[in-house]
Design a protein around this ligand. Structure first.
Ligand code: PEP
Ligand code: NA
Ligand code: MN
Length: 631
């Protein structure tokens, strides 16, 4: 008998010459791997995706015929569809996401770990025959522009046509990817099954899934991804969080580059100078909004390269970090997106958009909380598929699931950066970290140097708000580099990797400058002190001023936590009334006592990394404490 691990390892069997001649690839390893999956998963058919528009339309039409996708009103929302998932399959399942490194210590204290041999037996049990009665789609995909030196190729097999159409928007798929793969280039094997085989004659459900056996598994050493039982975005579009963050972070560690949970934006000043900026915020802090920001400052322009993932690599010629967005689309949270918070997103999703778990209006359009002030007129079908009428008040609400999403091509964004798919990437001048902090953390500050910046990245945190349960109001939830659910290896080693960057370039002075922002500071009455959204362009302008005039003392005060703007150095033209009096001073105040308590919380948090926690970072924390005590 063949052992489970042998069956699930990548196979290198010789392809059958007759079978091989009808395949769209001559890559022996890929063909062998597909044959192995076929014998494990036992699908009725195999379909190699060519990535064409015809293929997309035919899959969409099938999904519509089966009632899985609901066409929206073609006058209001052309080429767009609504899908409702199973009510339990609505978000990434972090508790069933695993990093199965050989040794537990290499997954680290922030990841779920299971012994890889044990996990392979479990996977064998789940995946054996799991595609019976279904078609296995083979999706060759490129994360990053096809052929870019920064791109990586994956091949996903899936039994979900819904996943195929979403992957076609979120990544580059099909024949051009197979061509780039040639006969011997590397690919990351990704296996996905909804985990619901069909008996002969059995009728399929609208959203097949298998919640009890759901698991999203990564083998960082052999660079494989196995996802079972879920059709939801982050669990099933394996190019995204699984490959582009968890596996790619391991690859980046090994090759000296970075794979980060960061947006990338291009910023142009009124003088026409262009800068690229990367930013990492924990979820629900407005990454997509910042990436597509519409500046309120006259003459400034923001253009989007990416809203979620950023791969960066040094160019040895100029010592600069070049970034690509490995994705080709947005998988954005719908609720809260509106003409006010993100007009460019609203324009992007006007057509050719796949919506999941939003509400359906009587006119055949979509709606979600925060899209408009009032709920739509007439009957609405909520995300669960139930009828809601205005007379029902709060019953049956929220109408859209809080994690309802839109999937849309980046190419459709009115503010896409001209270099958004440049195979060479864009040079990053500044990196911004941020969190949701009611107190203590000023609107913006610049870190003293790279290592201090790494400390600030490692201490990214959000406060629990009154909306969250529990009596631990104000307690910090750490989310280092906003990578807590996405680092594919020990987070202590990840910090060390970041600290190693200055040693990897000839001229470390060319490294991006590191900043921290906080749009969420509140006053004594509990109101936000900073208007946010388009007015965040004022903070971006200050960052550019710092890049251009590092010695201009009128721009900053040197404080124990870093360089904080002098209140008058922020351009407030047009919002003087909103941020008058001592508001600006309070937004920029550094409270030494409060910061010392932050240092203690961070020290406590870092204990869990034991001896994998880099000594250099302990020194940064000690130095910060000294500076605060001396102040
Ligand atoms: C996801 O859940 O698939 C996802 C993209 O997550 P997030 O919005 O938290 O990045
Ligand atoms: Na999510
Ligand atoms: Mn994200």
């Amino acid at each position: 008998p063949v052992s489970a691990s042998a069956t699930l390892q990548q196979q290198h069997s010789q392809p059958d010459p007759e079978l091989a001649s009808s395949l769209p690839t001559d890559h022996p390893k890929l063909i062998g791997w597909i044959r192995a999956q076929q014998s494990l998963l036992e699908p009725d058919n195999v379909h190699w995706c060519d990535g064409s528009q015809e293929e997309y339309e035919s899959l969409v039409n099938d999904l519509v015929d089966r009632g899985v996708m609901i066409p929206l009103n073609s006058k209001l929302r052309p080429g767009s569809y609504l899908t409702r998932t199973d009510i339990s399959d609505v978000a990434r399942s972090e508790s069933s996401t695993f990093i199965c490194s050989q040794r537990q210590i290499d997954a680290g204290p922030t990841n779920n770990w299971v012994d890889p041999n044990v996990m392979r037996v479990e996977l064998e049990r789940s995946f054996r025959g799991s595609m019976r009665g279904r078609t296995m789609y083979v999706i060759p995909f490129s994360m990053g522009p096809i052929g870019s030196p920064l791109a990586r190729i994956g091949v996903q097999v899936t039994d979900s046509p819904f996943v195929v159409v979403n992957m076609r928007i979120m990544t580059r798929i099909g024949q051009p990817v197979l061509d780039a793969l040639g006969t011997d280039n590397e690919f990351v094997p990704c296996v996905h099954s909804v985990g619901k085989p069909l008996e002969p004659g059995e009728k399929d459900v609208l959203w097949p899934c298998n919640i009890p056996q759901r698991k999203v598994v990564h083998f960082p050493e052999s660079r494989e991804i196995w996802s079972f039982g879920s059709g939801y975005g982050g669990n099933s579009l394996l190019g995204k969080k699984c490959l582009a963050l968890r596996i790619a972070s391991v690859m980046a560690r090994d090759e000296g580059s970075l794979a980060e949970h960061m947006l990338i934006l291009g910023l142009t000043s009124p003088e026409g100078k262009k800068y690229y900026v990367a930013a990492a915020f924990p979820s629900a802090c407005g990454k997509t909004n910042l990436a597509m920001l519409q500046p309120t400052l006259p003459g400034w322009k923001v253009q989007v390269v990416g809203d979620d993932i950023n791969w960066m690599k040094f160019n040895p010629k100029d010592s600069r970090l070049y970034a690509i967005n490995p994705e080709a689309g947005f998988f954005g949270v719908a609720p809260g997106t509106s003409a006010k918070t993100n007009p460019n997103a609203m324009e992007t999703i006007y057509k050719n958009t796949l919506f999941t778990n939003v509400a359906l209006t009587e006119k055949g359009d979509v709606w979600w909380e925060g899209m408009t002030k009032a709920r739509p007129e007439g009957k609405v079908i909520n995300w669960r598929g139930e009828v809601w009428e205005p007379s029902m008040g709060e019953r049956g609400t929220p109408l859209a699931h809080p994690n309802s999403r839109f999937t849309v091509s980046l190419d459709q964004c009115p503010v896409k950066d001209p270099a958004w798919d440049d195979p060479n990437g864009v040079p990053i001048s500044a990196i911004i970290f941020g969190g949701r902090r009611e107190k203590t953390v000023p609107l913006v500050f610049q870190t003293k140097d790279w290592n201090h910046g790494v400390l600030v990245g490692a201490t990214v945190a959000s406060e629990k708000t009154a909306a969250a349960e529990g009596s631990d109001l104000g307690q910090l939830r750490f989310d280092p580099f906003a990578m807590l659910p996405f680092a594919g290896y020990n987070m202590g080693d990840y910090f060390s990797h970041w600290l190693s960057m200055p040693n990897r370039v000839k001229d470390p002075s060319k490294l991006p400058k590191i900043f921290h922002v906080n749009w969420f500071r509140k006053d004594a009455k509990g109101s936000f002190m900073w208007p946010g959204f388009g007015d965040n362009s004022r903070v971006l302008k200050w960052i550019v001023d710092r890049l251009e005039r590092p010695d201009d003392k009128s721009l900053f005060t040197s404080t124990p936590i870093g360089y904080v703007p002098k209140p008058e150095s922020l351009d407030l033209q047009g919002i003087e009334k909103q941020v008058q009096g001592d508001v600006m001073m309070n937004l920029l105040k550094v409270d030494g006592e409060a910061y010392l308590s932050e240092v203690n919380k961070a020290r406590e948090y870092f204990k869990r990394f034991g001896d994998r926690f880099p000594a250099k970072l302990t020194k940064e924390l000690d130095d910060l404490e000294d500076r605060l005590k001396k102040n």
